[in-house]
Design a protein around this ligand. Structure first.
Ligand SMILES: *Cc1c(COP(=O)(O)O)cnc(C)c1O
Length: 376
């Protein structure tokens, strides 16, 4: 019997949510409306009552956060080179300059021991990223930010459902940005949410989301700021509302599956495992590093032959052509580069069975034993 293909991730959408989406489609109102407001309320409740506004992507969310934080030309923003490229692209998008700080090889998140040395008078903000759902140490991060008067825009795209000090990520902090892309722990197909700090005008946030338009009770309107076209649809918000009911169960199941990987991966294979965190991480991804010198392309192809999907998240982004053109070079951030070359993402999603994890662990033995001869 050949087993069906196991992708590295797959969303879980229940039938009730599908029926609710059908209702919206039949309702005559399919763009932003009551479902968006309901979703924002549900997210705000989850985030300790802080105001939350939803967007059509996590990228738009980050860009608006930077604008609300007053970041623009002449400013620098500190972030990690080991993230989805959106994190750095938005800095360029608002006319500011990204400054990268290498990652800690253990957590694979921005190295807080190196962060302070990167702060200059031009630094306006920090964008920490919780890679794979493992939170950056919020206590140390905010201590540094407060000491230097910097804004923080948490790129928690991968950390919805994760926590810090027993509280959900999003329930404290400065700006907190989430993504609801199809692969994230909670999805709206595409979408994002921004948790706003108390000093930020929610009305301005809404205007930056939709063409800068301000409407008056008499039917008139004005535009006093350049806004984008970043609103979420009621169709997407309905998916999000349906997903919220499962968030705790999704996170719990991901943690169980991650534990099973730790127990099941043969230590003799020489894979570098992630931090075994079962209180904070939401296990957005289970990422291991291949032994140095192994051909990752061949490894991925061999796993695919065994019916197993492998992801790569991510090559160090400062080595992309766009960033090389800004002056970044090989060797600038050795840990991010090394992890970027060797990282692979194993299948992990709530609907996976225990036996799927076992199948991956067995396949790893077969493929890595065969590949050992290719190590240079
Ligand atoms: C997914 C993701 C984003 C962007 O979110 P989109 O909804 O795809 O725009 C930004 N940063 C990180 C770390 C992400 O994983």
């Amino acid at each position: 019997m050949t087993a069906t293909f196991l992708p590295f991730t797959r969303p879980s959408i229940d039938e009730e949510t599908i029926a609710e989406v059908a209702k919206v489609l039949r309702s005559g109102w399919i763009t932003s409306g009551p479902k968006v407001l309901a979703f924002e309320t549900a997210l705000s409740d989850y985030c300790g009552g802080h105001p939350v506004r939803v967007f059509n992507s996590g990228t738009a969310t980050l860009e608006v956060a930077l604008r609300l934080a007053g970041v623009g030309a002449g400013d620098t923003v500190i972030t990690t080179p080991l993230t989805w490229v959106a994190t750095a692209n938005v800095i360029l998008e608002v006319g500011a300059t990204p400054v990268f700080v290498d990652v800690d090889p253990v957590t694979r998140n921005i190295d807080l021991d190196k962060l302070e040395a990167a702060v200059t008078p031009q630094t306006k903000a920090i964008i920490p990223v919780d890679l794979a759902g493992l939170p950056v140490d919020r206590d140390r991060l905010y201590a540094i930010a407060h000491k230097h008067g910097l804004r923080v825009i948490e790129d928690a795209a991968q950390a919805f459902g994760a926590s810090w000090n027993g509280q959900p990520i999003g329930s404290s902090g400065d700006f907190v940005s989430f993504s609801f892309h199809a692969n994230k722990n909670l999805t709206t197909s595409e979408g994002g949410a921004l948790v706003l700090p108390a000093d930020i005008d929610t009305g301005l946030c809404e205007r930056l989301r939709l063409q800068g338009v301000r409407r008056f009770p008499d039917g008139g309107m004005d535009v006093d700021v350049l806004g984008g076209k970043f609103n979420l649809t009621d169709i997407a918000a309905t998916i999000g509302l349906g997903q919220m009911k499962h968030l705790a169960a999704f996170t719990a199941r991901r943690r169980e599956l991650a534990r099973r990987y730790f127990a099941g991966i043969d230590p003799a294979l020489g894979l570098e495992l992630p931090v075994a965190d079962f209180s904070n991480s939401n296990w957005h991804m289970f990422q291991v590093l291949l032994p140095a010198g192994m051909d990752r392309g061949k490894f991925i192809a061999a796993m695919k032959e065994k019916g197993i999907g492998i992801g790569v998240h991510y090559p160090a982004l400062h080595l992309f052509s766009l960033y090389r053109a800004l002056g970044f070079r090989e060797g600038d951030f050795p840990h991010a580069e090394d992890i970027g070359h060797r990282t692979i993402t194993l299948p992990l999603f709530p609907a996976m069975r225990d036996s799927d994890v076992d199948r991956v662990c067995i396949a790893l033995v077969g493929v890595l034993a065969a590949k050992a001869s290719h190590v240079t």
